[in-house]
Ligand binder design. Structure first.
Ligand SMILES: Nc1ncnc2c1ncn2[C@@H]1O[C@H](COP(=O)(O)OP(=O)(O)OP(=O)(O)O)[C@@H](O)[C@H]1O
Length: 312
């Protein structure tokens, strides 16, 4: 089933076009990473999905139902976590969730069990402190619990990990992985490693246009350049090999950083062997010869037209 379908979405603020012909679909039970640099248009897209902004043109469907601006009926199917969630600081997480459950009209007989289940899911069941003293990560986790109260089909999180330290980020990613068992997740971010860890599908937004969307593993294989990394004892040896390889037609691109060379080839096996042979024949000692696994970073940089850093 298609949980979300975005078709030809365009959004203008005055004469500024912020989104142009954005189309993507999200199948059920997947984690969809919505990637883009600051200002790419991620939050605007999410607000359009939530019916909080009016699209200039295009259509959005949640579980087959059209999203209509100003009539947010489809939001009963969506849980939303904004980038900076706000809470009542004087409450404990349980008090706060119980209040939200009552306000959202959850049947009285299920409220307590649902809140306990969600506090357990986000690792806050034994926390009886006031929310005012929570870390950012704890607030994000409570926000996820709140967004899941009504058993949504789609959970949308706006940059849930961006302001967190590595431990806080891992906790959120673990929670999202657990959420995926029951709910489709769309989360926006510019942290590529988070996407690499948990996402099945991605979309990359660049200056308001969707430059890539699809299954992450397939895209990585399809787009990431075939690269071999060579490391030498010193920069002089790396320079020597760099000059040697400049004459080789089969080498697509060479990128050097000090003692390391990143060499892009067409045929990893054949060209790799040829490279090694050349270096050995020139009697240049080599420290490391490594086939670089395709990474989301190289894919991202390629589609937005930036030069990737040398992988470590
Ligand atoms: N209400 C608005 N009025 C005018 N321009 C807006 C409005 N909201 C957003 N924009 C502009 O739209 C562009 C996209 O903003 P958006 O917040 O969607 O980007 P983003 O990808 O979420 O970025 P970030 O990662 O910084 O949150 C920006 O240039 C922003 O200034």
């Amino acid at each position: 089933m298609r949980v979300l379908e975005v078709k030809g979405l365009r959004k203008q603020f005055g004469d500024q076009t912020v989104l142009e012909d954005v189309s993507f679909t999200i199948p059920s039970q997947c984690i969809f990473g919505f990637l883009g640099q600051n200002g790419a248009g991620k939050t605007t897209t999410m607000k359009l999905i939530l019916g909080l902004l009016k699209a200039t043109s295009g259509e959005i469907f949640v579980c087959g139902e059209p999203v209509v601006y100003g009539n947010t009926k489809t939001n009963r199917l969506i849980g939303y976590l904004p980038d900076v969630p706000e809470f009542y600081a004087y409450m404990t997480p349980r008090e706060y969730l119980l209040l939200c459950a009552e306000v959202t009209g959850l049947p009285k007989h299920v409220i307590k069990d649902r809140c306990d289940e969600l506090l357990d899911l986000v690792g806050l069941s034994n926390v009886n402190r006031r929310i005012g003293g929570f870390s950012r990560g704890m607030k994000q986790r409570l926000g996820i619990a709140q967004a899941l109260l009504n058993n949504p089909t789609l959970l949308i999180c706006d940059e849930p990990t961006s302001a967190l330290d590595p431990v806080g980020r891992k906790e959120i990613l673990d929670v999202l992985l657990k959420v995926k068992e029951q709910t489709t997740v769309l989360f926006s971010t510019h942290i590529l490693s988070d996407v690499e860890q948990i996402c099945d599908q991605i979309a990359i937004l660049h200056e308001g246009k969707l430059v890539l969307t699809g299954d992450l593993l397939t895209l990585k294989k399809q787009f990431a350049p075939r690269q071999i990394q060579l490391e030498f004892k010193d920069a002089a040896h790396a320079n020597e090999v760099h000059s040697l390889l400049l004459n080789e037609a089969r080498i697509q691109k060479i990128n050097q950083q000090a003692t390391m060379l990143n060499v892009e080839v067409n045929d990893l096996e054949g060209d790799g062997q040829h490279l090694l042979k050349l270096i050995l024949e020139a009697r240049i000692p080599i420290y490391q010869f490594k086939v670089v696994e395709p990474s989301l970073e190289s894919l991202f940089m390629e589609v937005i037209g930036c030069e990737p850093m040398l992988p470590l």
